[in-house]
Design a protein around this ligand. Structure first.
Ligand SMILES: *[C@@H]1O[C@H](CO)[C@@H](O)[C@H](O)[C@H]1NC(C)=O
Ligand SMILES: *[C@@H]1O[C@H](CO)[C@@H](O)[C@H](O)[C@H]1NC(C)=O
Length: 256
């Protein structure tokens, strides 16, 4: 009987939890220039996000995290899952800075995603999906590899500065025909492989590889007709092979 009682209680508690979750609306605390700012949102790996409702999902621009310097306004989004994205699927511009995020399913219909200042090491990109993201800011995270980023083929701007990348193969960028800015400064790059064939990026203007551990850079098979700035400051580079200058007709500054 006692056991039955406990079970009943547990069931009632679960139902209450569900009912409560069903009415767990997430509101914009501040709306400014069409940006909805959400504060005090707590999503851990165990949160059942199916209960969340973003009543303000008419907003295309959502910002979650520490935006104002008030106390107790910060949020936690440890895992940004596809399930959570489904709750706010009209968002096109999404910022989640300093929310202690470790895992991210890249949302496929977001145009600009800023997840700087987190602890991201697991980024899931589904090869079956087509991604609309044009601007991706992942500055100051814990990324160690970006092989799967080749499926983000609408990217124009990619900021991966201050991560933990050891190597980068430029083949990954050959899948991003519109890329304009690549920032991989302040990682641990000791090797940047040029890629297995000709890499032609017609819009690339800036490549920042500053403050890494690169000792050489062979760029003979790169065709970057719009490249203006190649920043290699703070690398122990001994040999820079820029023999085929015609690949970079607009190059104004190589910073060494
Ligand atoms: C090049 O990189 C260095 C080191 O990160 C930085 O201080 C400098 O501002 C960069 N230059 C340009 C033009 O971006
Ligand atoms: C420089 O690059 C060209 C083209 O890839 C290559 O043929 C040449 O051997 C390279 N030179 C050095 C010194 O590595």
């Amino acid at each position: 009987m006692a056991k039955y009682g406990v079970l009943t209680l547990a069931t009632v508690a679960t139902l209450c939890g569900l009912v409560q979750a069903r009415f767990s609306h997430v509101a914009c605390q501040v709306v400014e220039n069409k940006w909805c700012t959400v504060q005090r949102l707590r999503i851990t790996a165990r949160t059942d996000v199916r209960g969340l409702v973003f009543p303000d999902d008419r907003y295309e621009k959502i910002r979650i995290g520490q935006y104002y310097d008030f106390v107790n306004t910060d949020s936690t989004v440890v895992v940004f899952s596809g399930e959570l994205f489904y709750r706010m699927r009209r968002v096109r511009y999404l910022q989640m800075n300093g929310v202690r995020m470790v895992g991210l399913d890249v949302p496929d219909t977001v145009l600009e995603l800023d997840v700087a200042d987190n602890w991201l090491s697991r980024v899931y990109i589904d090869p079956e999906k087509s991604y609309a993201v044009r601007k991706l800011i992942m500055r100051n995270n814990l990324l160690t590899s970006i092989g799967s980023f080749k499926y983000l083929n609408m990217l124009e701007e990619l900021d991966l500065s201050d991560n933990m990348l050891h190597t980068v193969n430029f083949d990954v960028f050959s899948f991003m025909p519109y890329i304009r800015v690549i920032n991989i400064a302040r990682n641990r790059l000791f090797s940047a492989s040029a890629g297995s064939g000709v890499i032609s990026l017609g819009y690339l203007e800036e490549a920042n590889l500053a403050e890494n551990q690169l000792t050489k850079l062979d760029v003979g098979v790169w065709l970057f007709p719009s490249l203006r700035m190649l920043n290699l400051t703070g690398n122990p580079i001994k040999r820079l092979n820029l023999s085929s200058q015609q690949s970079f007709p607009r190059l104004k500054s190589v910073l060494l």
